[in-house]
Design a protein around this ligand. Structure first.
Ligand SMILES: C[S@@+](CC[C@H](N)C(=O)[O-])C[C@H]1O[C@@H](n2cnc3c(N)ncnc32)[C@H](O)[C@@H]1O
Length: 356
């Protein structure tokens, strides 16, 4: 997958020759790590949206061309006088015109090239957009879910491939006969289902779980730097009936805080997505998983990862040495490959051996 990112967020400027106003922004299309630019040509739709409360209207749209080899693309959208009177404007840039969301199927279309759309924050002629971008996903039978991330380079404060791939498949948990349900849910699902997410980043996986499973009690954890963006996403997220979402700080390099320990009794599921990309962090991550497994007998551990380098395999050795047994491995091919299977997210599911 690749992501449209705002290098310069949209703003209203006067066009030099005519002094008419237009909305300008600068975008790029990169991998989650920011290490690869989209190497293919793709026609993008650049849209100016007028916001009235929660409703949005497409005021102007135009196609813009990204060409393989590019590193950035400047976009200008004309802005009429009447359009300037909207209290809030937003810009969407993505594949396919006038889309209200992305989903796995649309991202997998040949023309979409696995490019995830960006919705800017609101702005107005005299108000700059915050340096945030919204990603919008929708499961086949569910509401559109918006997740905010920052436009900067922080590891924690933007979305990663494994988190999106896992989140987009979590809808399968609503059918107890799917491979994913059999792997992740206990044979007898106790209510409430207590879930903990490690390294939640912007919170997409945990939030999607709380939107999917009624009565789920989901605790999202990460370092303090993630708190602001994840809380923003929690505050705006819908939830399945009876489900709850909270954020707590949890650093794998320290003991699990006492206050958090109390709320973690009877955990059924621990999830982590794209938390194994840095082999130096794997010992601390596995230590934390061991502590959690000892606290909650029978807990299922699900780790989604896109292997970027063979050094990340140390995670598997450490898990085996700590006494975890892999019980399932599920493949999620990522949208946007030239050939299917170029980029794959695997979900590794474990149980603590002494508990089985
Ligand atoms: C690559 S991001 C993945 C974020 C999210 N799970 C996703 O898939 O979009 C890795 C996450 O692990 C968190 N992390 C890294 N080291 C950590 C540590 N020692 N303790 C807790 N979280 C950590 C980072 O802050 C970051 O949010």
């Amino acid at each position: 997958m690749r992501y449209v990112r705002f290098l310069k967020t949209p703003r209203v400027v006067a066009e030099k020759s005519t002094s008419r106003n237009e909305v300008c922004c600068l975008v790029t299309i990169t991998s989650d790590l920011g290490d690869f630019f989209l190497p293919y040509d793709i026609e993008l739709s650049a849209e100016l949206l007028g916001c009235a409360g929660p409703k949005e209207y497409v005021l102007v749209w135009k196609t813009v061309q990204w060409t393989g080899g590019m590193r950035s693309l400047s976009i200008a959208i004309p802005l009429s006088k009447t359009q300037q009177s909207w209290a809030g404007l937003r810009v969407r840039v993505g594949a396919g015109p006038k889309r209200t969301h992305d989903d796995y199927a649309s991202l997998s279309e040949q023309d979409a090239r696995g490019v995830v759309s960006a919705w800017s924050a609101t702005f107005a002629p005299n108000v700059e957009a915050q340096k945030l971008v919204e990603r919008r996903f929708k499961p086949p039978q569910g509401p559109i879910s918006g997740i905010w991330e920052e436009t900067g380079e922080s590891i924690a404060r933007h979305l990663w491939d494994a988190g999106i791939a896992l989140s987009c498949h979590l809808v399968e948990l609503t059918n107890k006969n799917t491979e994913l349900s059999k792997a992740l849910l206990p044979p007898v699902v106790s209510s409430p289902l207590r879930v903990l997410e490690l390294g939640t980043g912007c919170g997409m996986v945990g939030i999607t779980l709380a939107q999917t499973i009624a009565d789920a009690r989901v605790t999202l954890t990460d370092l303090p730097e993630a708190r602001e963006i994840v809380q923003r996403n929690i505050d705006t997220a819908s939830r399945a009936k009876g489900a709850s979402l909270v954020f707590q700080e949890l650093d794998w390099d320290t003991e699990i805080p006492l206050q958090l320990q109390k709320s973690l009794k009877h955990l059924a599921l621990v999830v982590a997505a794209d938390c194994t990309y840095n082999p130096d962090s794997s010992p601390a991550l596995v230590n934390t998983l061991s502590r959690l497994a000892k606290m909650s007998s029978g807990v299922i551990i699900a780790v989604a990862m896109k292997m970027r380098h063979s050094s990340e395999e140390i995670f598997f050795d450490l898990m085996a040495a700590a006494g975890f047994q892999e019980t399932s491995k599920i493949m999620f091919p990522l949208p946007g490959d030239e050939e299917i299977g170029e980029e794959i997210v695997y979900l590794h599911v474990y149980k603590y051996a002494t508990c089985s």
